[in-house]
Design a protein around this ligand. Structure first.
Ligand SMILES: C[S@@+](CC[C@H](N)C(=O)[O-])C[C@H]1O[C@@H](n2cnc3c(N)ncnc32)[C@H](O)[C@@H]1O
Length: 478
């Protein structure tokens, strides 16, 4: 039965063959009232997860009594869930339970501060001054990525919680920018939305919007999905197929976050909470929503060693932002694998936040850029790496030797002239510029070093006077 829930395994043609005993679809609605359960409730109970390609994932049907739909008495979903021993589920489906425990823990932490989730972070006091105390006290972040936000930016905060980061970013971007917070926890969204008008009044503009979604599936708007589920609850396999089509439709027609729409993605202590099987999709989504030239600034908890499976199975450690932590080198690699460049460990807190069984967990902030993709055009440009290293290599594998005039394509020339490389290289423009529309493809097999004659022209034979003020005017001049 479980196999039928695999994301790729269902299609319409299969539906007539589905066994009658697929009563696990009915746990999606309350069978007495006929009302669908909210997505939040389903996630909270560990009954579903959301992935890019499907909605249901490993529900607990194997533990539920299998009954024929027409004769069975009404099932209270909550009762069903209570009957399932939590620990046995933990052993069989550790990550699923971890996701449910994340929901429960942050729902509670939205209503009352949970000290164990707080990691000391200093935010600029000026920005905090306008933020209501209730938001500040329910701060569960572990770093501050807001220094990488710029005026006018469109900012997306992944796992916005009570909204503190969004409210800081709203002030940095100013009235011309905007900020979107995404969270899958309705209690956290309620907390953030409650205080948004107060912050807007205090800063003089309303530019923050909190949206209901999962950060590994930023196309799917869970508010729209809940509305549809209320109208057409899922009772059987056919409904489930319809639900899958509906999700695809919503992702295409009404994406929660559009492609290439964000200048800066920020996040504070959230990525470690995402299930491991969703992490590839998470980074793909992060990359998708950024504009070309946009940046990600992500603070999170990382470990110095691989976390043991036993620790990963502990829902308390997972929801506490510990056992789901990326290993620090794997965290950096995840950005590179997703296609980012210029990846930098902007901050790595020296002292661990916590140490468990000798494994250190500490906060880091990573900054990474989108935009190295695209055509390579020859415009006779070069760059000279200033040092201090003998040589460095970029994310495309190009090597730059200190002091050498390295031939680069127009795209790389542009990248190396901007953040985060600006200042590390001297840009050497050709004497006669090649217009973009006249540029040919860059030959990657060519000599790595650009002869000065290439940029100046082979027939260049000028002789000039010393540049700048003449010696007659300035007696100290060389
Ligand atoms: C540790 S708190 C951090 C909240 C906030 N960033 C802050 O600095 O206070 C984690 C937040 O991420 C949310 N969250 C966890 N997993 C999520 C997911 N897959 N999609 C969206 N939000 C998620 C939780 O609901 C919670 O609000």
């Amino acid at each position: 039965m479980t196999d039928l829930f695999d994301d790729g395994g269902l299609n319409e043609r299969m539906s007539p063959q589905f066994p009658q005993s697929y009563n696990h679809f009915r746990i999606l609605s309350n069978r007495r009232s006929g009302q669908p359960l909210s997505i939040a409730t389903l996630v909270e109970k560990g009954l579903i997860g959301v992935s890019r390609s499907g909605f249901l994932r490993q529900p607990v049907q194997s533990q539920l009594p299998v009954k024929q739909p027409k004769t069975e008495p009404a099932i209270e979903t909550t009762t069903q869930c209570k009957e399932i021993p939590a620990m046995s589920r933990t052993r069989e489906e550790p990550v699923e339970v971890a996701e449910a425990s994340v929901y429960r823990r942050y729902a509670a932490a939205a209503n009352q501060r949970e000290a164990a989730l707080c990691c000391p972070v200093e935010y600029p006091a000026d920005y905090l001054a306008v933020i209501p105390d209730e938001v500040i006290e329910r701060d569960y972040g572990c770093g501050d990525p807001t220094p990488y936000v710029k005026p006018g930016d469109t900012v997306l905060d992944l796992g916005s919680g009570g909204g503190k980061l969004c409210f800081i970013a709203a002030q940095v971007v100013g009235a011309s920018g905007r900020v979107i917070g995404v969270d899958c926890n309705r209690e956290m969204l309620a907390l953030a939305r409650k205080h948004a008008p107060t912050v807007a009044e205090r800063i003089g503009h309303a530019n923050v919007d909190f949206r209901y979604g999962m950060i590994q599936d930023l196309r799917l708007d869970l508010s729209l999905l809940e509305q549809e589920l209320a109208l057409q609850p899922v009772h059987n396999a056919e409904d489930y197929l319809r639900l899958r089509h509906l999700q695809d439709h919503l992702r295409q027609a009404h994406p929660l976050i559009e492609d290439d729409s964000v200048d800066c993605v920020v996040s504070n202590c959230v990525l470690n909470l995402v299930r491991q099987e969703d992490r590839h999709a998470l980074f793909a989504e992060l990359f998708r929503v950024l504009k070309r030239g946009g940046r990600a600034a992500i603070s999170d908890i990382v470990s110095d060693e691989t976390v043991t499976d036993e620790m990963k199975r502990d829902p308390e450690l997972w929801s506490g932002c510990l056992s789901g932590a990326y290993r620090e080198d794997e965290f950096v690699k995840a950005f590179a694998d997703a296609g980012f460049y210029g990846i930098e460990i902007a901050k790595r807190v020296k002292e661990p936040w916590q140490t468990i069984q000798g494994i250190e967990f500490r906060s880091v902030t990573i900054v990474a850029y989108k935009g190295k993709q695209g055509p390579c055009l020859e415009r006779n440009q070069a760059v000279i790496y200033r040092g201090p290293f003998k040589k460095v290599e970029d994310d495309d594998g190009h090597t730059y030797w200190r002091g050498e005039r390295m031939a680069v394509c127009d795209k790389t020339f542009g990248l190396l002239s901007r953040s985060p490389y600006a200042g590390l290289f001297d840009a050497v423009e050709p004497r006669v510029a090649i217009p973009l529309e006249a540029a040919s493809s860059f030959n990657c097999q060519r000599a790595k070093i650009r002869d000065p004659r290439e940029t100046k022209g082979h027939d260049y034979a000028a002789t000039t006077d010393p540049a700048g003020p003449t010696c007659q005017l300035d007696p100290d001049c060389c």
